[in-house]
Design a protein around this ligand. Structure first.
Ligand code: UDP
Length: 246
């Protein structure tokens, strides 16, 4: 199916609703048609503009869902109303689908105790989604090879990778070429939230698209990252929008 996308600073973002995105991925999973889903935010675009390899990955992703409110804003400046699709909620729905169809899933990333708790929680909430493999996100290059071999042999229908960007996207790139039937999604800090280690923002912040503000308040170390990228991103998207109109 032809994708309906629009570019933000040169990077395609899919224009669709949460349910439409879910339908696309469900159909691909039913047909065992592997894909890479990127949940894009301004920090990733800023990084891609400096890192060629990451840029190529973003450009080759099969589905790019607008996770950050900065992406929603960038599209709005171009006159496009796009719903924000939080990656953490989307990933949960993908597990739900695997539960319905009894597909195998694998989870990679986060600290050891966090992945352990996440696995237990996911397994109890979705007993039919068989977690065939999991590993924490702190491994050496040798171990990485072992993890990838294990993933290849287990051939799960869905792999959730929580290493943060761009690490998770580089990891997925390595797996993807060996696993054509698997859907991959980078889920950032989702396991930290699912395990209960990090609190999810209250409903109000989420509906306003301000989850990042709450997370920054809870984890002030994030401020440096946002401070370094968000203002520059916003200036660039404003300039882009003005040029398009002019
Ligand atoms: N992480 C990991 N291995 C690493 C670096 C990070 O498993 O080498 C994990 C980290 O423990 C956390 C996640 O990756 O669970 C990144 O979370 P962050 O909140 O930075 O991601 P975001 O949601 O902002 O993309």
């Amino acid at each position: 199916m032809e994708r309906n996308t629009n570019k933000v600073l040169g990077y395609d973002v899919d224009l669709l609703s949460f349910d439409e995105a879910l339908d696309i991925v469900t159909e691909n999973m039913q047909n065992a048609k592997g894909m890479q889903i990127v949940t894009i935010n301004p920090e990733m675009i800023e990084l891609a503009q400096k890192n060629m390899q990451f840029s190529v990955i973003l450009k080759n992703a099969d589905l790019v869902i607008p996770d950050g409110s900065g992406i929603k804003l960038a599209l709005k400046l171009k006159g496009i109303e796009q719903q924000q699709i939080p990656g953490i909620d989307f990933a949960k729905e993908l597990i739900h689908i695997c539960n319905n169809y009894k597909y195998n899933i694998a989870l990679i990333g986060a600290k050891e105790e966090i992945i352990q708790t996440t696995v237990k929680k996911v397994q109890s909430e979705f007993p039919n989604a068989n977690i065939c493999y999991f590993h924490n996100g702190y491994f050496t290059a040798d171990k990485e090879e072992e993890i990838i071999n294990k993933l290849v042999s287990e051939n799960p229908r869905l792999v959730l990778v929580a290493l943060g960007a761009p690490k998770q996207e580089f990891f997925i790139k390595k797996c993807k070429k060996l696993m054509q039937n698997t859907t991959f999604i980078g889920v950032g800090g989702s396991f930290d939230v699912w395990s209960g280690e990090v609190e999810r923002a209250p409903e109000f912040f989420r509906t306003m698209g301000w989850e990042w503000i709450y997370r920054t308040y809870k984890q002030p170390q994030r401020l440096k990252r946002i401070y370094k990228t968000l203002p520059v991103f916003l200036i660039k998207v404003i300039i882009e929008a003005i040029q398009k109109k002019g």
